[in-house]
Design a protein around this ligand. Structure first.
Ligand code: IVH
Length: 671
C-alpha cells in the first residue's frame, strides 16, 4: 500500500472506529462484535506504525498509551462554571418556582429536570470539531487540565463528525460530569484491597482519584464515563432555544446525554419526578445524589441571570443522605482468613437508601477507640456507594459506660492476639486456629482458585471437626471411605468429591498462586506472577526488590510474598502439595533473558543510571553482538539495564512491564 492509499484507508478506519465506539460506549447498542472491532483497530495501528507521519494526534488508536504528564496545568474557563443552589426539602421547590415566576411574570415556560450525576464536573473544549482541552471545574473560574486523561474516556468524542452547521468553525464547550459506574468502582476497590491499598469511600472519590493520575494508562483502565449536561458555544450563546433542544443536539453529535431527563410543564410535575427517582435511583448502574431542575428556555435563563456563583434559573434537589440512626444490639470480634480480627456491630435493622442494614464494620482497634462505642448505644450509620455500611458516630450513649475494645485473646481459639507496629489490624497468630483454617481451605477450594466443586463451607467444617484435615494439602490424602460416614455424605457424593479434589491437582499455576492465600495477592496479581515465575520454587526464591520491578506489584505485596515463603509451616504445606502431585511448575515459556544468548541479535537495550563501564563501551558490547541500543523505553524494549540512581526510564520500564536487569546480569548475559 502506498502513502496515498494508506491515508484514505486510515481515514475510513478512523470514521468506522469512532462510529462503533459511539454505538458501544454512548448508545449502548453495539452493531459489531468485539473481535471485529479489534480487527479494525489492529489494522489502523498497523497502518499508523507503517506510516507514522499519517497518524493524527487525535487518532482513536491514541486514546490509550499516551505519555504521563509532569503536573496539571491550570485552565481558565471562558465563562464561569457555576454551581447550584441546593435544597433537601421538596417544599423549597415551590419557593424556587415562585421566585422565577415573580422575576418573569409574563413568561410561559417548561422545566427540564435532569438526574444529578455524582462525579466530577468538567468542561470539554472543541475547536473545528476536535477535542482540544478538557478541564475540571476547579473553583469555577480555573480548573486543572485533564486532557490526557479525558481522552481515554470512550464516551467522550475525540472528533465530531456530524457537527451542525451553526457550530462548525466555532469554538464551543461541552460541560458535564465525569463519573465512575458502580461496576468499575467495585472492581477498582477489589483490586485496591488485594493490593493492600485503602479502598475509595465512594464512586465520586474514585473518579476524582482516577482523574488525578499523571499517567493516562492508569486512568484508561479505570472505566470512567461521561454525561453531557450543558453546551456553551463561544460566540453565540443563544444558538439553541432550549436546554432540552441543546441536549438533543449534543446527542446527535455523539455525546452521551442522560436518557432519563424529562421536560415538566409545572412544579407539581417536577416534585413528582423527583419522588420517582428517589425510589428508582437504587437501580441505576451509577450514583446520583439528587435532581437538577432547570428553566428550559435559554433566553429566559439569560434574563434571570445569576447571583454570584449560582444561577437563578436552576436549583438542585438533593436526596436525603444515605444515613440513618439505629441501636447497636451486639459487637463481636470476627476472625478472618489471615487471622485479622475485625470488630463488627450488629444493628437493629434499619432501611438506608432502599437497603436494609443490620451490620456495620468497625474496622480496627483505632476506629473503635475513636468511636467509643458499645452495645446499647444509638449510632449514625452510613451507606456510601456499594461499600459495607459504616458507623459514623455515637449519637446517644447506652447503659454501658465504658467503650468496647478488642479482646486480648482470639474469640475462636483463645490464642493471644497481637498487633504489630505500623499495622492497623490486630491478629490471631495461632497456626492452628480453626477459623483461619476453615477460611483458608474455603479460599483454596474457591472458584477463582483451585475450583473444587462440592467442597463448600459445611463440608470443610465437618472435615476440620472430624480432624481429617489440618491444612489444605491434607485434602489430597482423603479417601472416599473416610468421607462416607460424614453427615449427609453418601457413597456417590464422597466419590465425586474425591475425584474433584484429584482434578484440582492440574490447575494452572496462577490458580495455585492465588489459592495459597498469600496476603494481598488477588487473582490478577497471581496471574501476573505466573507470567513471570514458572514454578513455585522460583517464586519462593524471589526477593522483594526483584518482585517490585514487576508492573503492578508494589512493595506491600512484595514483602507479603517474601514473608509467606519464610514461614516454616507454609513451606511444610507446599512440600505436602508437591508430594501429592499438585502441579507447582509449568512448561517454561520462552522469554527473552531466560537463556544467555551469545548473540544479542534482535534485542533492544536501554541504559539508565550509573554503571561501572563507560556507557559507550557498554553500548558497543551490545552492538557488536548484533543488538540495538535506544535512548527511550517502549514496549519494544527487551531490557533496561539499570545502574545506580536510575532515572525516569526505570519507572517507564516498570510501567510497561519491560524486563529490568542489573549491570551484573547484563555482564552475565554477554557471557
Ligand atoms: S448544571 C449552571 N446539571 O452538580 C449549571 N449539574 O452544584 C451548573 N451536576 O458542579 C451545573 N449533574 O458537578 C448540572 N445534570 C446536571 C448535573 C450537574 C451533576 C453537578 C455538577 C455541578 C454540581 C452543581
Amino acid at each position: 500500500m502506498d502513502a496515498r492509499e494508506a491515508e484514505k484507508r486510515i481515514k475510513e478506519l478512523t470514521g468506522q472506529i469512532e462510529y462503533h465506539n459511539r454505538k458501544y460506549y454512548v448508545e449502548d447498542n453495539p452493531v459489531i462484535s468485539d473481535y471485529e472491532f479489534d480487527m479494525l483497530m489492529k489494522e489502523l495501528l498497523g497502518l499508523e506504525a507503517q506510516f507514522p507521519e499519517l497518524a493524527a494526534p487525535d487518532s482513536p488508536a491514541r486514546r490509550v498509551g499516551g505519555e504521563p504528564i509532569k503536573e496539571f496545568s491550570p485552565v481558565r474557563h471562558v465563562s464561569a462554571m457555576l454551581s447550584l443552589d441546593n435544597t433537601y426539602n421538596k417544599n423549597d421547590l415551590s419557593g424556587f418556582d415562585g421566585r422565577v415566576r415573580r422575576l418573569a411574570p409574563d413568561a410561559r415556560f417548561d422545566y427540564f429536570v435532569e438526574l444529578k450525576i455524582d462525579g466530577i464536573a468538567s468542561s470539554l473544549t472543541y475547536e473545528d470539531g476536535r477535542l482540544t482541552v478538557a478541564a475540571t471545574r476547579g473553583d469555577g473560574l480555573t480548573g486543572d487540565d485533564i486532557t490526557h486523561n479525558a481522552r481515554t474516556i470512550r464516551s467522550i468524542p475525540l472528533s465530531i463528525r456530524n457537527i451542525p452547521e451553526s457550530l462548525s468553525g466555532m469554538r464551543f464547550h461541552v460541560r458535564g460530569e465525569i463519573f465512575l459506574p458502580l461496576k468499575s468502582f467495585e472492581k477498582i476497590n477489589d483490586e485496591r484491597l488485594s493490593g493492600g491499598l485503602e479502598p475509595f469511600a465512594n464512586p465520586r472519590n474514585a473518579a476524582g482519584g482516577s482523574l488525578k493520575q499523571l499517567d493516562p494508562n492508569i486512568t484508561a483502565k479505570r472505566g470512567l464515563d461521561f454525561f453531557a449536561y450543558q453546551l456553551v458555544p463561544e460566540d453565540e450563546p443563544l444558538m439553541f432555544e432550549t436546554q432540552s433542544g441543546s441536549m438533543e443536539a449534543l446527542e446527535e453529535m455523539g455525546f452521551k446525554v442522560n436518557g432519563h431527563n424529562r421536560k415538566c410543564p409545572d412544579i407539581g410535575c417536577v416534585v413528582g419526578f423527583c419522588n420517582e427517582w428517589e425510589d428508582k435511583r437504587a437501580g441505576l448502574p451509577y450514583e446520583i445524589d439528587g435532581m437538577v431542575i432547570k428553566v428550559d428556555d435559554l433566553r429566559l435563563q439569560g434574563r434571570l441571570g445569576s447571583t454570584g456563583k449560582t444561577p437563578r434559573w436552576a436549583i438542585s434537589y438533593k436526596f436525603p443522605a444515605k444515613q440513618a440512626t439505629t441501636k447497636v444490639n451486639d459487637i463481636i470480634a470476627s476472625v478472618g482468613r489471615t487471622g485479622a480480627v475485625t470488630p463488627v456491630a450488629f444493628l437493629e435493622p434499619v432501611r438506608i437508601g432502599g437497603v436494609t442494614v443490620s451490620r456495620a464494620s468497625l474496622y480496627n482497634a483505632d476506629y473503635l477507640k475513636a468511636l467509643e462505642i458499645n452495645v446499647g448505644d444509638t449510632v449514625l450509620v452510613e451507606r456510601g456507594g456499594e461499600v459495607i455500611p459504616k458507623v459514623v458516630e455515637v449519637v446517644k450513649k447506652g447503659p454501658n459506660e465504658e467503650a468496647f475494645s478488642l479482646p486480648d485473646n482470639c474469640p475462636e481459639c483463645k490464642g493471644k492476639l497481637v498487633r504489630e507496629e505500623g499495622e492497623a489490624a490486630t491478629r490471631c497468630i495461632n497456626i492452628s486456629c480453626p477459623v483461619q483454617l476453615q477460611k483458608n481451605v474455603e479460599h483454596y477450594a474457591s472458584r477463582g482458585a483451585m475450583d473444587i466443586e462440592g467442597l463448600g463451607p459445611k463440608v470443610i467444617d465437618l472435615l476440620i471437626r472430624e480432624g481429617l484435615i489440618e491444612d489444605f494439602a491434607d485434602l489430597y490424602e482423603l479417601t472416599a471411605e473416610q468421607l462416607v460416614p460424614l453427615e449427609r455424605m453418601g457413597e456417590k457424593s464422597a466419590g465425586n468429591l474425591i475425584d474433584n479434589i484429584g482434578r484440582s491437582k492440574d490447575r494452572p499455576l496462577s490458580r495455585l498462586y492465588y489459592g495459597l492465600g498469600i496476603r494481598h495477592v488477588g487473582g490478577r496479581s497471581a496471574e501476573i506472577l505466573a507470567g513471570r515465575f514458572n514454578s513455585l520454587d522460583e517464586l519462593a526464591a524471589a526477593e522483594p526488590s526483584g518482585l517490585e520491578t514487576i508492573n503492578e506489584i508494589g512493595p506491600v505485596m512484595a514483602k507479603a510474598i517474601r514473608d509467606f515463603f519464610r514461614e516454616e509451616r507454609n513451606l511444610h504445606v507446599i512440600n505436602k502439595l508437591k508430594a501429592a502431585g499438585v502441579r507447582t511448575a509449568e512448561e517454561k515459556k520462552v522469554r527473552p533473558g531466560d537463556e544467555t544468548p551469545r548473540s544479542l541479535s534482535g534485542r533492544t537495550f536501554v541504559f539508565t543510571g550509573a554503571i561501572s563501564l563507560p556507557r559507550a563501551e557498554a553500548e558497543d558490547m551490545v552492538k557488536s553482538r548484533g543488538g540495538k541500543v535506544t535512548s527511550s523505553v517502549s514496549r519494544k524494549t527487551d531490557y533496561v539495564v539499570a545502574g545506580a540512581d536510575p532515572g525516569s526510564k526505570y519507572e517507564n520500564a516498570k510501567r510497561l512491564g519491560v524486563r529490568i536487569i542489573s549491570e551484573e546480569e547484563f555482564k552475565n548475559m554477554l557471557g
